[in-house]
Design a protein around this ligand. Structure first.
Ligand SMILES: O=C(O)c1ccccc1NCC(=O)[C@H](O)[C@H](O)COP(=O)(O)O
Length: 200
């Protein structure tokens, strides 16, 4: 069954919402000041401590120093890591040798060549997204027709299009952020409805 990740959690209320909805993954945008969903690394520990143990906390990083990631993985704060910047393949391979948690590499999909790159990635999972992340916009899904590895589908997913996304592409997981927000904040009812729709 397709899994679901709710990304961009930053308040204790957001954690209460996901604890009720029970998605598979909860994403935290860590040390990315340009994002309105930014959570400083010191606060991530407080938030993940409130998270229900069956939900996997994922740290989302943009060109972060590797030490930041290592400290949050080795102390058990994060159970998966998503690289959403311009991290090189050697950075990813070095990190992979040092952590035992799954690595998710994000790709911005604009052309068939982007998908070819994603297919070759040494990451445990790839996440196919639109733009730099958290844009609330889909990419051209028709490009996905021959994509051939398990993937997280991201970018502009919301209640109105997740059923189509699951039935057309059978992704490993869906990743939602803007689509489960109202006025820039996570919306409990939208989160609950999205998780229920994917589980159906
Ligand atoms: O959400 C952000 O603000 C963000 C900023 C910088 C890097 C990544 C970011 N989000 C990563 C995610 O995994 C989002 O859930 C994904 O891009 C989908 O976002 P949306 O289109 O808003 O559903």
């Amino acid at each position: 069954m397709t899994k679901i990740k709710i990304c961009g959690l930053r308040r204790p209320e957001d954690i209460a919402y996901v604890n009720e909805a029970k998605p598979d993954f909860a994403g935290f945008i860590i040390d990315v000041p340009k994002s309105r969903r930014n959570v400083p690394r010191e606060k991530v520990r407080e938030l993940t401590a409130l998270l229900s143990p069956e939900i996997l906390p994922v740290g989302v990083f943009v060109n972060a120093p590797m030490e930041t990631i290592l400290s949050l993985v080795t102390d058990g704060t994060l159970k998966a890591v998503q690289l959403h910047g311009q991290e090189s393949q050697s950075y990813l391979e070095k990190l992979k040798k040092q952590v035992a948690v799954p690595l998710i590499r994000a790709f911005s999909i604009r052309s068939p060549e982007d998908l070819t790159e994603a297919e070759k990635s040494p990451a445990n999972f790839v996440l196919l997204d639109n733009g730099a992340g958290g844009t609330g916009e889909t990419f051209d899904w028709s490009l996905l027709s021959s994509f051939d590895r398990p993937f997280f589908l991201a970018g502009g997913l919301r209640l109105e299009n997740i059923t189509e996304a699951v039935s057309r592409f059978h992704p490993y997981a869906l990743d939602l952020s803007s689509g489960v927000e109202t006025d820039g904040y996570k919306d409990k009812e939208k989160i609950i409805a999205a998780v229920a729709a994917v589980r159906r």
